[in-house]
Design a protein around this ligand. Structure first.
Ligand code: PLP
Length: 272
């Protein structure tokens, strides 16, 4: 008889094109050896060209999904993606508190998704404060990209020193660990980057994770996939440093194998 794998929970939006959001999360979970469960926060109408609309799920339905999964199969680690509104964040936090997600017992990865790569908003402007005050104090790890850092703590990351400054500011809001995702540094700094460097700040230590920079046009869902692979590692009981190393290996391979799909940007891949 086979045994049950660890369970990771994605609290996130759908992507009808199957590239990003919870569709990317569940693929990353499976590729990293854990069962993926989901609490859907919003249904997006989306293809390779972008998000043309979304419909938020009622907050009590989001909370009920979290409670029912945790009550039946248990959750070994959870991750948030698109949360859409303050009301949904409040419901997520309430349900997570009830079942022990983010309490120290169950690792809680907060990917503070604000917009799609094409600039469509996935979070209401007035919900940034709820991310700061409700989510970050509960986060085992927060995984912002450079745009999200600018929105959350008003730091423009252009180099190592500003990445450290951003991590300090996010710790000050309550995040226990911070992963500054440097994937967009080339665009932000205007300087060619030969490597893609992510910086993990945890327990007063800084760890750098480097990979060769791959110029690929198809990176849809990349941020979600990295955070989800880290979450899978935590669900498997890895340390944060080992889980981020797993995430980095996964995203590097996923970008390397990314494929064209539709008329726009194809997704990072879990098919190899
Ligand atoms: N759609 C959903 C539901 C998402 O959660 C995300 C990112 O988190 C995106 C789209 C955007 O992905 P990308 O920035 O790769 O386009």
């Amino acid at each position: 008889m086979s045994t049950s794998p660890p369970v990771a929970l994605s609290i996130a939006g759908t992507d009808s094109g199957g590239g990003a959001g919870m569709t990317a999360d569940v693929r990353a979970f499976a590729a990293c050896g854990v069962h993926g469960s989901v609490a859907v926060t919003a249904v997006t109408v989306q293809d390779s060209l972008g998000v043309s609309g979304f419909h938020p799920v009622p907050p009590d339905v989001v909370a009920a999904q979290i409670r029912t999964v945790a009550g039946d199969m248990g959750v070994d680690a959870a991750k948030t993606g698109m949360l859409a509104s303050t009301e949904i964040i409040e419901a997520v936090v309430g349900a997570c508190d009830e079942v022990g997600i983010g309490s120290g017992r169950i690792p809680f990865v907060v990917d503070p998704v604000a917009a799609s790569m094409h600039g469509s908003p996935l979070l209401a402007d007035d919900a940034l404060d709820a991310v700061r005050t409700l989510l970050l104090p509960r986060a085992t790890l927060v995984t912002p990209n450079l745009d999200e850092i600018a929105l959350l703590v008003d730091v423009k990351v252009v180099d190592d020193a500003s990445a450290r400054e951003a991590a300090t500011a996010l710790h000050a809001l309550g995040a226990r660990a911070v992963l500054v995702k440097g994937g967009h540094l080339e665009a932000v700094s205007g300087r060619r980057q030969e490597q893609c460097v992510d910086l993990l700040s945890v327990d007063g230590d800084l760890h750098e994770f480097r990979s060769p920079r791959l110029d690929r046009p198809h990176t849809h869902g990349g941020g979600d996939s990295l955070a989800s692979a880290v979450t899978a590692g935590l669900a498997r009981g890895m340390s944060l440093v080992d889980a981020v190393a797993l995430g980095k290996r996964y995203i590097t391979k996923a970008v390397e194998h990314s494929y064209p799909l539709g008329a726009g940007h194809g997704p990072v891949s879990s098919l190899w």
